[in-house]
Design a protein around this ligand. Structure first.
Ligand SMILES: *[C@@H]1O[C@H](CO)[C@@H](O)[C@H](O)[C@H]1NC(C)=O
Ligand SMILES: *[C@@H]1O[C@H](CO)[C@@H](O)[C@H](O)[C@H]1NC(C)=O
Ligand SMILES: *[C@@H]1O[C@H](CO)[C@@H](O)[C@H](O)[C@H]1NC(C)=O
Ligand SMILES: *[C@@H]1O[C@H](CO)[C@@H](O)[C@H](O)[C@H]1NC(C)=O
Ligand SMILES: *[C@@H]1O[C@H](CO)[C@@H](O)[C@H](O)[C@H]1NC(C)=O
Ligand SMILES: *[C@@H]1O[C@H](CO)[C@@H](O)[C@H](O)[C@H]1NC(C)=O
Ligand SMILES: CC(=O)N[C@H]1CO[C@H](CO)[C@@H](O)[C@@H]1O
Length: 244
């Protein structure tokens, strides 16, 4: 599906439902906009979300980037569920805030996703020097088989071919919920939260997370900086979060 550039489409709430067994590519070059207020949405039920994708394999949204599911600037009220990704890239929110851009992502709900041999599992990545925010994002019932890094928040995202310097401005990340994330990690660090000193990640909630090493003799660990929130039954334990 291709949304052509040079056009702006006003889109009422819509559901794209599988079963689809082959790869699905949604390329959004043009602009999709929602009625400004959810109260103006024309729909009888399932009105809590604007765009819903479910029961698809290797869903690729955006076309920009090579992630299986890529949620870019301006995304809001997305409901993505029952998707299988991999091998290759996982799901990412972002990258947001490149070159000082003011970008936003909010109200995104991702559930029942399986990652097989992906580079990352669920990842939120933003560039230093950016503005805007990513908020109200939920990941539920996610299964990883050998993801290199199942859970990542990276406010220091930088492309390999660029040199990035530390800057004080950052894209704010808040209210991110991880509920029921399990499986195996290829890397020792299964959970990585790298947040900025000037704009820490806030209200990060983890509940029922169990990520073990694919090598049974090894343990997984987590790394974190400048993160505030709570955890309940999380393996590996995230030292920055308060136990609840
Ligand atoms: C609304 O969601 C329910 C549960 O997912 C589904 O059974 C139903 O078909 C959906 N209705 C529409 C109009 O999409
Ligand atoms: C998302 O979509 C799935 C599948 O249609 C549905 O079961 C679920 O209730 C939806 N979640 C939200 C928050 O709308
Ligand atoms: C996803 O895409 C990869 C690479 O194109 C392919 O190897 C894999 O079989 C696909 N997975 C599914 C579940 O369709
Ligand atoms: C970012 O853009 C929004 C409007 O889209 C605006 O309300 C906000 O003030 C902007 N933030 C900055 C830091 O420029
Ligand atoms: C455990 O993981 C670390 C880091 O990936 C690695 O260096 C080490 O060799 C692993 N240990 C075993 C026994 O596989
Ligand atoms: C985590 O998963 C591993 C592997 O499936 C299992 O052995 C372990 O008991 C689980 N731990 C918790 C706390 O659920
Ligand atoms: C690109 C860069 O230098 N990033 C660093 C900025 O500072 C943090 C610590 O606050 C480092 O972890 C980053 O690697």
């Amino acid at each position: 599906m291709h949304v052509p550039s040079g056009f702006t489409f006003l889109l009422q709430p819509i559901v794209f439902a599988g079963l689809c067994n082959s790869d699905v590519n949604v390329m959004i070059d043009g602009t999709l906009i929602a009625p400004s207020d959810p109260s103006q949405w024309k729909c009888k039920d399932n009105c809590s979300q604007w765009i819903t994708f479910h029961d698809l394999n290797n869903l690729s949204i955006s076309g920009a980037g090579d992630d299986c599911i890529s949620i870019g600037d301006g995304s809001a009220y997305l409901n993505i569920s029952s998707i299988t990704c991999g091998p290759g890239h996982g799901i990412s929110v972002g990258s947001l805030g490149f070159n000082g851009a003011n970008e936003t992502v909010e109200h995104v709900y991702v559930s029942d996703v399986v990652f097989r041999g992906t580079e990352n599992g669920v990842r939120i990545k933003t560039w230093q020097g950016g503005k805007g925010y990513a908020t109200d994002i939920a990941f539920e019932r996610i299964t990883n088989f050998d993801s290199k890094r199942p859970i990542v928040i990276d406010q220091f995202y930088c492309d390999d071919h660029l040199t990035c310097t530390n800057q004080t401005s950052a894209v704010a990340i808040s209210n991110v919920r991880y509920n029921g994330i399990q499986g195996t990690s290829q890397g020792e660090i299964a959970i990585k939260f790298a947040c900025s000193e000037t704009l820490p990640c806030t209200d990060i909630y983890m509940n029922g997370v169990n990520l073990s090493s694919d090598d049974t003799t090894n343990k997984t660990t987590s790394s974190c900086q400048n993160v505030q929130g709570t955890q309940h039954e999380v393996v590996p334990n995230v030292p920055c979060l308060t136990n609840k």
